[in-house]
Design a protein around this ligand. Sequence first.
Ligand SMILES: Cc1ncc(COP(=O)(O)O)c(C=O)c1O
Length: 350
Amino acid sequence: MTATHDTARRDFASDNYAGVHPEVLAALAEANGGHEVAYGEDRWTARLQDVLRQQFGPTAFGYPVFNGTGANVLALQSMLPRWGAVICADSAHINTDENGAPERVGGLKLLTTPSPDGKLTPELVARQAWGWGDTHRAQPGVVSITQATELGTVYTPQEIRELADQAHGLGMRLHLDGSRLSNAAASLDAPLRALTTDVGVDLLSLGGTKNGLMMGEAVVVLDPDAVAGIDYLRKVDMQLASKMRFVSAQLVALFEGDLWRRSAAHANAMAARLRAGAESVEGVRITQPTQANAVFAALPPGVADRLREHRRFYDWNPATGEVRWMCAFDTTPHDVDEFVEALRGAVAAG
Ligand SMILES: Cc1ncc(COP(=O)(O)O)c(C=O)c1O
């Protein structure tokens, strides 16, 4: 891939734009053929439970689902009553990019707080952690954080531990949207459980799609006492796959060995390369730390549109000229270097 500079198009819009990792495709082919019990009673889903216990500890139990929004809604719903509320950053995917699904489908209230880097702190949580017993206020029951965050930043294990301790001390639970947990763990060179089970996370939305699966995520219960009715809710939420073996086989391929880490570390390295290149272009201002596979930058007027003629990517804040560039498991150094040169050209053309 890297050596031949292949002609396949790769953009910087989203890690979702990438295809399926060849090892995942091979796992799908291997899972194919013959009949297998449906709805999760299959051999791949049983093997996935072993893999999840290895990665997250003996209490872990996973519920494979189709997508990340479904994982988040199912996770939050399983931890809260009808009158419950979730405290999250205003930039959280559950707040900005799920079309209100936690509210509409989950029936939950989101209590948001601004966060400059996408991370919550105990001080930010405290702004919304109040009002228990007040019938007029949705009752805060869960704090939800995203790792790596929507702004490409990464919580340290200690930061997560502090949030977990605060939540538990107030009778709440800690949910982690781990759509890019692999990128965070690769960035910190830490095992997955060091960012979850070991630091008090109760329930995890474990990402797969952004790290090379065709489709598939899992809700991973880390503290069984945190959830109620999750088996039934997965069906109610339309996330119960009949041919579950194919979702599970992909997750097994990703997490049984080190594919998750190899792929995420590569995507992170490409983001670091892109950041370094972009920083060398006069007039480009990097706006967030680059700790995972995302680069955020403010560009002079007109540059983003000129650069998009080369590769696709999204505006993050059109008012400030801020854009987001994402790298994936299949982004090559050549892709990055070409993109940086295109950026240099787009700036110079202004
Ligand atoms: C932080 C985060 N959580 C969850 C998701 C899952 O979204 P989807 O429902 O598109 O799989 C995404 C995807 O963009 C995300 O960035």
